[in-house]
Every structure is written in structure tokens, then in C-alpha cells.
Design a protein around this ligand. Sequence first.
Ligand code: MRU
Length: 349
Amino acid sequence: MLDFDRYDRVRPIRWLGDRLSLLDQRKLPFTVEYLDCADSDAVAQAIRDLVVRGAPAIGIAAAWGAVLAGQGVEAADGGTALARLAPALDRLNAARPTAVNLMWALARVRRALAGAGADWRLVLEREARTIEAEDLAANRRMGALGAGLIAPGAGVLTHCNTGSLATAGFGTALGVIRAGVASGRIARVFAGETRPWLQGARLTVWELQQDGIPATLIADAAASHLMRSGQVQWVVVGADRICANGDTANKIGTYQLAIAARHHGLKFMVVAPSSTVDMATTRGEDIEIELRDPDELLGYGGQRTVAAGVTAWNPVFDVTPAGLIDAIVTEKGVIERPDPARMRAVFGD
Ligand code: MRU
């Protein structure tokens, strides 16, 4: 049995009763500082600015944002509260477009409110707490399922940050890595730096260091060379949205890792809770890909690194076609070689 606490010490989201405290991921790894949000618009802003990021974490933060919005509203029942909260919920919903966990969490909050009576504030808070608790439980389950697919002694490469920082705790792909290292199946961990925001370099290797898990950072551009060297057997990544056919949106650069993995005969695993699965979106082409400010690419830390006048294109997610994915691991089970029928068998229509 994995000692979860020993391998999972970081928490990005803290509910303090009257405000939401978020570990400011813009400042990691050198400054560990929590930013307090006193209202739902501050939470929406924090999601937009990547104070809190990672698909499950932004859904959880938005659910707590809805609780904060409720603190400023008078209503006799849940239905009335829902009507009054609608503009604030819409602003939370629009904070980022690609990760479906955000819309999923707010849909859950709306459903809970719609059925609530005079105790709607309690119902709302209970829903946010449940969303958070279920995410942690799902991650621990996926850790065991995903690690079970990996033969002992393997090396793995991951991308972006999918750890405790991106979830309620333990992480998705990083949860599989935690479980795989703890059980001795994973012998080597490599993390891509994840240009341009450096989730891998600033967050993943820091998070693993907190938990005493050795990891080696590589430049994104070194991935194919690493695969060719024989040091990795699996690429293990998270997801922001998984479509009905298994096509998967994740951090920009994931798609090229999947292509390179197939070329080198490596296995490619996507790890995500069912809150990331969007059966209403048929295929990857239908996913809105977030475009962020080109300045994220044209400089670093407020310092311009590219000649004045140069322009840039900054899509921050891409879509990996289902055909390049060997396994999707969710808390509901593992879908090997995903296709529409196998997805439907687990998630319904
Ligand atoms: O832009 P980010 O940092 O929010 O992107 C995060 C990712 O792409 C993660 O891989 C994904 O959300 C899964 S996190 C468990």
C-alpha cells in the first residue's frame, strides 16, 4: 500500500471558510506564496492568469469561486440563488476555454443549486468539497491503474505539470509516476521543460523534488533524442479534454511527443479523471484551443528575449489523435487503443 502522504506533500488550493487561498504558480519554484481570493471574480482572474492551472485544479477552484459568489447573494432557495449567481458563474466558466473540467465543475454546481432549498449555501459548499475530494480519490485510483500497465524497471517521460499542483492532490500522469516509483516499476523519470510557460521546468521537477522523487529535466527539443537512447519506454501525460472518439487535448507539444513515441516503438499513456472526458465533443477538431498572449513566447520574466517587431503565434494546447494513444487511464478503468465504441463502453453516450 502506497504511503500517500510521503509521496504527496504539495497542495495548490486551500478553502479558508471566507476566502480561497491559491498557491501562486507564477512564482514557483523560488517563491512559495499563496494568493487569497475574496470573491469569485478574483478566482476567475487567478484562473486566467495561471495562478492556479491544470485542468482538474481550475475546475475545483471555480467550484470554490461559486461558493464565494454565493456569499454575496440573498435568496430563499437554490433556484433563486442560481438565477442571481448566473453572471458570476458565466464569468468563471469563460476564464479558460480548453480544459472541460472547468465547465464540468460549474455544471455540477448549477445542478446542485437548482435542486437545493433554503440551505442552498450549505449545498453549494458541500458540492465544492465533494468535487475536490473525488478528484483526489480518482487520482490515487488512476495512479494504481496506470502504474500497473508499466513493466518493472521502465523509464518514463512526462510533459507539462500534471501533479498535485494541477489537481486536488497526487496528480494524474504524475500520480501514475508517483505510484510507479513507489512500487519500483518506474526506475527513471524525465520531464520536458514545457516551453513557453515552463510548467515542466518550474513546477514538475520542483514538485517531485518536494516528495523526494528523482527526476531529470530535458529541453522539449531533446525528447526524440531521449527516446532513441533507449532510456524511456513510456510517455505519460495528462489531458485537458478527451473527446468521444478518444482524441485528446493537452499542453502544446504533447502531439509531437505521441508521434515521436510511435516512431520509436514507445507506449503513450494519457491519464485523466472522468471529469476531463467530454462525450459531447465528437472529435479533436471540435475542441477550442486556447491562444495566449504572444508575449509569453517573446520574453521571459518580464524581459524581452526576441527582437522588437517580431510576432509570435502562441497556441497553448494541441490535440493528439486517438490512434497515437495506447491507453487512456481514468478512475473508471483503462481504455486501451481508444476508439468511439471503447469510449462509449465506459462513459456511455
Ligand atoms: O496551461 P496549463 O498549465 O493549465 O495546462 C495544463 C496541462 O496541459 C495539463 O497537462 C493538463 O491540464 C492535465 S493536469 C492534471
